[in-house]
Ligand binder design. Structure first.
Ligand code: SF4
Length: 317
């Protein structure tokens, strides 16, 4: 780790805030300090690109403009409104968070990290984002972009493996937050990681932090090794998982309201056969655990020695 002196901290702060002032995108969630709106944007952004999120964010707020309106909505309407964003359980958790704010906090979002992280569906990242972006607190928190930027600036290249632990990266991130600038600083870190210090092709040659960056001398050569391997690994993970089938089941139920396993199978898997029923049951059980579907007929767990009962599956009421 390069020494993180007070002088270096000041240079990084000044350089990054100046970069943000000149380069940031005008995004709708940067015009609000409403914790509900911040929460919605952060949950949508967790797995989805900014450009795709913008129209969904605006449509969602037209449908559910307040935390009360989301808390009192039918879960099936909430899941339907999420349609197209993927990772549907995010919608269910968003509603659980809204309901907890109404039931446990009289409809007013708590502002402390300790209380925020106790809300259902709110992890350390989202709690930090609400504290910084709604309540303008001088907090540090980690997402992929922030982690990468801090690591490169302070510890050196993160490729092929990181040199610092999560705890060390967070401690460095906490030291970097300028007092009174928690909102701008964290927005700047996220934006810098998304636009300038990207995972695969950081724009080091035009980076205002070259002189302060511990990774700058080494990263140009390391990065050349990365793209093909990373791409193949990600594709294999996606196609090998059940995520795409979970999405298809929910999409099908949006169209048909309810269906038996035997009806669902061919609609979500083109080569579906009877032998796939236990697998489909597993997919549907996972969706049930996440509150995305209900199973209307026999609730008993599947016995692998028996035929799978032809359960009726539906979106929650
Ligand atoms: Fe990131 Fe390169 Fe800038 Fe370092 S010099 S902060 S690695 S873009």
């Amino acid at each position: 780790m390069n020494e993180l002196s007070d002088a270096k901290i000041e240079e990084i702060r000044a350089g990054l805030l100046a970069w943000f002032a000149a380069n940031h995108r005008d995004l709708p969630w940067r015009h609000t300090r409403d914790p509900y709106r911040v929460l919605v944007s952060e949950v949508m952004l967790q797995q989805t690109q900014v450009d795709r999120v913008i129209p969904y964010y605006e449509r969602w707020l037209a449908l559910f403009p307040t935390v009360e309106s989301l808390a009192t909505a039918a879960t099936s309407d909430v899941i339907t409104a999420w349609s197209g964003l993927g990772y549907n359980r995010r919608a269910v958790y968003l509603q659980k968070t809204a309901r907890a704010v109404i039931e446990n906090h009289r409809g007013v979002f708590p502002s402390s990290l300790e209380e925020l992280v106790n809300l259902p569906g709110v992890g350390p990242y989202t709690a930090g984002a609400i504290a910084a972006f709604a309540f303008e607190q001088d907090v540090a928190f980690m997402d992929t972009n922030i982690r990468r930027v801090v690591h490169r600036l302070v510890f050196g290249s993160d490729i092929p493996t990181r040199q610092a632990t999560e705890r060390e990266i967070l401690a460095a991130a906490e030291r970097l937050v300028p007092e009174g600038f928690g909102w701008a600083w964290n927005q700047a870190m996220i934006e810098f990681g998304a636009l300038q210090c990207t995972q695969r092709r950081p724009a080091c040659v035009v980076c205002p932090l070259q002189r302060q960056c511990a990774a700058f001398p080494e990263i140009q050569t390391d990065i050349a090794e990365l793209p093909v391997g990373v791409r193949l690994k990600n594709e294999a993970t996606f196609h090998g998982s059940n995520r795409q089938f979970r999405g298809r089941v929910v999409e099908e139920l949006r169209r048909s309201t309810s269906a038996t396993l035997a009806e669902l199978g061919p609609k979500v898997k083109h080569d579906f056969a009877e032998r796939d029923l236990p697998w489909l049951y597993g997919v549907v059980s996972g969706l049930k655990r996440d509150g995305l579907v209900t199973i209307k007929e026999p609730a008993a767990e599947y016995d692998p020695d028996s035929p799978v009962p032809d359960l009726v599956v539906a979106l929650p009421d």
